[in-house]
Every structure is written in structure tokens, then in C-alpha cells.
Design a binder for this molecule. Sequence first.
Ligand SMILES: *Cc1c(COP(=O)(O)O)cnc(C)c1O
Length: 419
Amino acid sequence: MRNRIYLCLAKMSGNEMKFIQEAFDSNWVAPLGPNVNGFEDDLKSFVNPVDSRDGKEVVALCSGTAAVHLALLSCGVGPGDEVIVQSFTFCASSHPVTYLGATPIFIDSEKDTWNMDPDLLEEAVRDRIGKTGKKPKAIIPVALYGMPYKIDRIMEVADRYGIPVIEDAAEGFGSRYDGRVLGTFGRYGVLSFNGNKMITTSGGGALICPDKASKDKVMWLATQAREAYPYYQHEAIGYNYRLSNVCAGIGRGQMTAIGDHLAHHRHVQGMYEELLADVEGISVHKAPDSRFDSNFWLCVMTIDEGLRIVGQENAYASKVTTAVGGAAGVVHVGGGVHTSCEPNPNVEAMRVFLDAAGIEARPVWKPMHKQPVYKDSPAYVNGVSESLFKVGMCLPAGPLVSDDDVRYIVSKIKEAIAH
Ligand SMILES: *Cc1c(COP(=O)(O)O)cnc(C)c1O
């Protein structure tokens, strides 16, 4: 029997245990130590161009969500503020805005990259200033599934209004725009090393900072904001967000294989593009042009609404009892079968068909402006993310997905089409 094929499972380079062993041998089993420093150095050389002298700084943290949270704090976000966030994303882009008592203002996507629409962004900035008399405190574009956002246009708007950009490159580690690594264009850049991302530390993240002073500030906040006294003196609220030295050891091992991971995801994307090219009703989401150098963390296809999929009459017939994404420990059950905004029945039928064939596939992120928890947040929409949510489906792309797996997945996709 074929093993189940997952979207993106971690693959170890073989060097992780050496770094972990060092952590134990030197008794650095703590949220600081040589692996944390070494991992930060690895990340720093990865994100900075080789010839740069005063490049970006990097702080290793316990999650990407923590990185978003600390970036917002560093931009001075507090109660009553507004922060502009790409709507088409995973909830970790916007939840930390809420933690701070601020309001996310959601911006819809443009059709090329599926990321933040720069025109809508500008409209929203102007409208918010008109309505509240205050500028939004930050702008968060998201590299959805690794695809670079139109960062030149976003920076142009941000700079014109003097608003800092926090790039959520959690899914876009190693993606580049015009040759430059994502996360290095805005004031801050968020990375995630969760178990299913481009590289993993089991759980972890990092914040790319503009300089040493901002790095120190972030590090201070991440370690409970301690003052220099012989006892614990606190004059600000801090967080326990540093990365463990054991986990950082995994990260150092993973960094020895990042080149292979990037090459692999791009190769898998190439295979889907080729093998699905002439399947009517199915399209693969591609980079608009060569400036957008995606890591293709996940590959995504869209299914035309009119394409009939085996079993689609019974789509949503029964309730699901688990949440998508393996990480969830406890999920709420007892809701209904339908919501007012859900993938088309043929997409759900495709998910069920692939699932039965041992293939994990899942709908694209449900836009935040369609999430009940954000029903009171202002949103500037053009319909793009909502319509993509109805037709989009993520396909396995991780380092354990073989060429044979991709051919098998494509054959099952074709088999799912009703003739
Ligand atoms: C995964 C992810 C994050 C958060 O990262 P964690 O390490 O899981 O906390 C943030 N934003 C986006 C878009 C993500 O996909």
C-alpha cells in the first residue's frame, strides 16, 4: 500500500541530531544558547545579500504568530489603533492585531498573485484617514502559499503615507521578488518554522528587523522585558517568546538543506503545471512573471464551477468532526454542515475523492473578512479572494512528495472528473 501523501511534511537533513546533541552535551536546554545564536546567524546570512555590510538583523522566536505580535508592538500598535491586513490569509496574520486591542482592516487580493491589492490598499488608507482622522499603524501583506506580493507597489503606497510594512513571509521563506528575499523589503519580516512550513524547528518563527537597535528591542520584549537590576524589575510588559535552544538545533540542521527544499517545491510546481496543463476545468496558480520567484510552499489549483466531480451531489452531506490542519488539538464540533461562504460542492467532492485515495488536499484559506470572528472589522473588497476561496484547492508539495506521488495525484484528479 502507498503511504498517505500529506501537503507538506517536514524532512530532516540528517544534521539536526548533531546540533541537538550539542545542546544536551553542553547543558544548553533553555530558551537561549549556542544553537539560537547559530540559527540566527544562518538566517541572517540567508536573508541578506552576500555583499551587504549593514544588513537586516534576525531574532529567533517560538512561533511566527509571536513574530507578528512583536512586530506590531514595535510599530507602536495599541488599543484603538487600526492595522491594515491582507484578508486572504491564515488567521495568524490578523489575530495578534486583536491581541493588542487594535482593529484589523482587511484588504482583498488582486488576481495575479492572489495577494494584497495595492489599489485597494491605497483606497483604504485614504478612507481610514478620512473616517478616523488617524493613519493605520501598519500594513501587513502576506505571501500566500509562498507567492510574492506586489511589494514595489505596496511600498510605494506605504512610503507615501509613512506607514510601516510588516511582511508576513511565514509561508514565503526563500521566495524572492526581483531577486531579493521576502521579509527584507518592509520594516519587519515574519518567518515561521512550524512543522508544515518550508523548514521546521517543530514550532518556531523569527522576526527580520531593520537594525541592531530594533533587534535588541524585540529580544527584550521576547524575554519578559527585564530591567538591569540585581533583582527582577519590570517597567514594561514583556512576553516569553524566545526560541528553545533544542528547537534552534533543528533549525540549524534544516538550514543545511534549505536549498534542496526550495528546489524540490519548485520542481513539484513545475510537474503540476505540466501534467495539469491540458485538463479542462482545472488551472494551476502560477507566478505572473519571472520577478515573482515563489518558493511554492504549497501548490494550488482552481476547479471551474461547471466541472462535474464524482460524488458532488453528496458534498457536504455529512458533518466533519475534525478541523483542517493536523496541528489542532481540540476543535469545536457541533456547528452546522454549511456556512454562508464555503468552497463549491465540486471542490469539496474533489477533497473527499483525493482523501479516499490517500491524498491530503484542502481548500485555500477562507478570507478573514468572511470569518464570523471578524464580522465587525472594516473590509475593502473586490470579490477576488471570496471567489478564489470557492474554487481553490491546495495540493501536496512538501519535501517527501516524490515525482511518482505527483503523477499519482494528477491521475486521481483526472479520475475524479465525472465523464
Ligand atoms: C503559519 C503562518 C503564520 C504563523 O506561524 P506559526 O509559526 O504557526 O505561529 C503566520 N502567517 C501565515 C500566513 C502563516 O501561514
